[in-house]
Write a protein that binds this ligand. Structure first.
Ligand SMILES: Cc1ncc(COP(=O)(O)O)c(C=O)c1O
Length: 456
């Protein structure tokens, strides 16, 4: 099958079950060659080729991908224009180390991001790293350099990566078992998870509760004048696809302004057109609460490793020479890919695609919620949607096993899903924004069948 045909194909399982024999063989080789920690059995899938929102496994099964490399594939698999841009760059040179000498892709990409990043201020500067964890670390370095302070506030449910600093910032400690010691001066406040706010609170009261809890850090953790920054995901990914309400964002912006603290938006997963704007922080900026620094990665490079850190020039220029950069940061192939991705996303209005997909999926998920008591909450923004399953709507007990069953059932029918949240009881929707309406419809059908089977 050509990639062109695959991009329009519908899910189809041709083997008795997934994995088929060829995939099983590769999985056996994987298990022998790779550390066990990377050999989970939830997804026994081995890819042969991908196109648009679809991929084909080694046995010819065609699978619709609603995980999208956990937010990397907003542009879909194998976009020909991106392939051509990377090939053209590969013909010229693969690598320079930007700390030593300059290539124009790095500068051009920084200029493009400086124009569109909705940070606080007028004149932006950007530099690059390789991964989500690295851009978060770098955003904190910049905040420390600018404020000359070292405290960092992070939130419950947060995921920021697997380096030593970002493991400390990440909430779920299964990501950090036995990996300490961790850096000090990190303080955690509750993220405004409205579905699980204290019982009986109105939205307004709940937001005030979360702000009061945050303010306690300044009494019980460290004085505000020792805090460099707060690191916030505008829409939490791993934590369960939870949207920070704008009223809460405005309140934390105010706390930051009153105390000389920098507000960092971690747009690693929610950036690059996913939420219906190019960056989710545009919603914050429209409400007068723009972040000081934005860190983004994943779909920025469309599959090649690159991440970006952007802030106003005055903040960025505070970092002493030598403290930022690195061998592969802003690699020419990754910059060429990111530039092509941005051309396409702006030209073809991927933010509008996210809004369209988001409308359809959100409506259908809400209809499913009316039908099935096991669905406790449907939430999100644009095409970043979470559907949370519970065993009881009153107690909100997480339906962890049910979700694992739904994910497994869907995979056997050709739909790739992934859970998230503190109890892995939320299913995330991160389909490539190139998904056709027909594929979306088929995916929604499979999703409902998978729920029905799991309940039965
Ligand atoms: C919000 C957020 N920040 C940071 C990261 C870490 O990114 P990476 O795995 O590229 O280091 C992730 C990864 O899922 C993420 O979702």
């Amino acid at each position: 099958m050509t990639t062109k045909d695959l991009s329009k194909a519908l899910p189809e399982i041709v083997t008795e079950q997934v994995p088929g024999p060829k995939s099983k063989e590769l999985l056996d080789r994987r298990n022998a060659a790779i550390p066990q920690a990377l050999c989970g059995n939830t997804y026994p899938i081995c890819i042969k080729q991908g196109a648009g929102a679809m991929f084909e496994d080694l046995d010819g099964n065609k699978i619709l991908d609603w995980v999208g490399g956990v937010g990397v594939l907003n542009i879909g698999y194998s976009n020909q224009e991106v392939i051509d841009a990377v090939k053209a760059q590969a013909d010229k040179y693969f690598h320079t180390i930007f700390n030593v000498y300059v290539h124009d892709g790095y500068v051009a990409l920084a200029e493009r991001l400086n124009k569109i990043m909705p940070c606080k201020g007028d004149t932006m500067k950007t530099y690059f790293a390789n991964s989500g964890a690295e851009c978060d670390e770098n955003a904190i370095k910049i905040a420390k350099a600018y404020t000359k302070r070292n405290g960092v506030i992070c939130f419950t449910g947060a995921f920021h990566g697997r380096t030593n600093l970002t493991m400390a910032l990440t909430a779920k400690k299964t990501y950090a078992v036995g990996m300490g010691p961790f850096p000090s001066s990190i303080y955690r406040a509750p993220y405004p998870y409205l579905y699980r706010a204290p019982k009986g609170y109105t939205e307004e009261e709940a937001i005030q509760y979360y702000i009061d809890e945050l303010n306690k850090i300044f009494d019980e953790g460290a004085p505000a004048n020792e805090i460099a920054c707060m690191l916030v995901e505008p829409l939490q990914g791993e934590g369960g696809f939870i949207l920070a309400p704008i009223a809460w964002v405005k309140a934390i912006r105010k706390i930051c302004d009153e105390n000389g603290i920098l507000l960092i938006a971690d747009e690693v997963q929610c950036g690059n057109c996913r939420t219906g704007k190019y960056y989710a922080s545009e919603y914050w900026k429209e409400a007068g609460a723009a972040p000081d620094i934005i860190a983004t990665a994943k779909s920025l490079g469309g599959g090649l490793p690159i991440s970006a850190i952007t802030a106003r020039a005055e903040v960025m220029d505070a970092a002493p020479a030598g403290t930022i950069g690195g061998t592969f940061c802003g690699n020419p192939l990754a910059c060429a890919s990111a530039l092509a991705v941005m051309d396409i996303m702006q030209r073809d209005d991927y933010a509008a695609k996210a809004r369209h997909i988001g409308d359809v999926v959100m409506n259908r998920y809400n209809a499913l919620k009316d039908k099935y008591d096991v669905i406790g909450d449907v939430r999100g923004l644009g095409a970043m949607i979470g559907i949370e399953f519970v065993t009881d709507r009153e107690t909100k007990e997480p339906a962890t096993k049910l979700v694992a069953d739904i994910v497994r059932n869907a995979m056997q029918k050709g739909l790739l899903l992934e859970s998230c949240g503190f109890a892995s009881n939320t299913i995330r929707f991160l389909a490539p924004l190139t998904m056709t309406d027909e594929q979306m419809e088929k995916g929604l059908e499979i999703f409902e069948e998978a729920i029905k089977e799991a309940i039965a």
